[in-house]
Design a protein around this ligand. Sequence first.
Ligand SMILES: NC(=O)c1ccc[n+]([C@@H]2O[C@H](COP(=O)([O-])OP(=O)(O)OC[C@H]3O[C@@H](n4cnc5c(N)ncnc54)[C@H](OP(=O)(O)O)[C@@H]3O)[C@@H](O)[C@H]2O)c1
Length: 257
Amino acid sequence: MDLGLHSGVALVTAASRGIGRATAERLAREGMTVVAASRSGGDAEELLDGGRIVNLPHDLADEQATAALVNDVVERFGRLDAAVLNTAGPKITPVLSTTWEDWTAAHDLLLRPVVQIGTAAARHMADAEVGSIVLLSSTWVRQPAPGGVLSTSYRSAASAFIKSLATEVAGSGVRVNQVLTGATGTDRTQRIAEIKAEANGTTVEEENAAVVRDIPLGRWAEAAEIADVVAFLASARASFITGTAVPVDGGAVRAAH
Ligand SMILES: NC(=O)c1ccc[n+]([C@@H]2O[C@H](COP(=O)([O-])OP(=O)(O)OC[C@H]3O[C@@H](n4cnc5c(N)ncnc54)[C@H](OP(=O)(O)O)[C@@H]3O)[C@@H](O)[C@H]2O)c1
């Protein structure tokens, strides 16, 4: 399927590795110019098939730089067709051990940047009367997991923000959706398995096997499988889809809707 994204400009945040990087690469392979923002990805440009990735140093924890990010991209590249709001994952911590500092840090990582970048992108796209915003979220908004209270809480707020935004800008031709990511093999999930193994006196292999036992399709997702769905939602092939949340989780969330 030709997604028709060629010649467009996309912004993907938290995009030096993992799901963010896979998404940036997928959109570039569709022919887009993709601004891949992260702290450690440098500032080099990479040509990929018909498109390119322009790496941009950016720290989502920097409130002022995050507020300016969309305008910086539009000034430099002249347009913004797709914004993919990815963030780093927060600390894994039981509710009763979570400190106020943990809550504040997770807010500044998971919610504030999503509101800042989502609002700025939607303003720009509404003026242009075209564009697509995709939030990379988590199945944990539907099904909380042990230690996941910071993720579940702030991502649920981000989901409500996305739904509100989608409704408000739909009349301007802007679509706003979210992908609920399930267990995906990345550096982060490897680190989480190591933490769990240490806490539970198990091995990383045992912790990873426990995750897979709960997934009907019987395996982890690859980051590219998440990226495929993001690229579809970003494209005009998804022209009648807005305000929705698409789980990509191998069937792990059991709720019927
Ligand atoms: N993997 C999963 O199974 C899964 C499932 C559900 C939800 N998620 C969520 O999806 C998101 C991505 O997960 P992942 O597994 O791809 O993680 P990852 O492999 O650890 O990648 C995290 C990305 O975030 C960037 N980052 C971290 N802190 C940043 C900051 N302050 N400013 C800008 N960029 C920052 C990192 O780049 P730099 O360090 O270079 O900045 C990196 O590119 C996370 O929020 C995670 O919780 C993941």
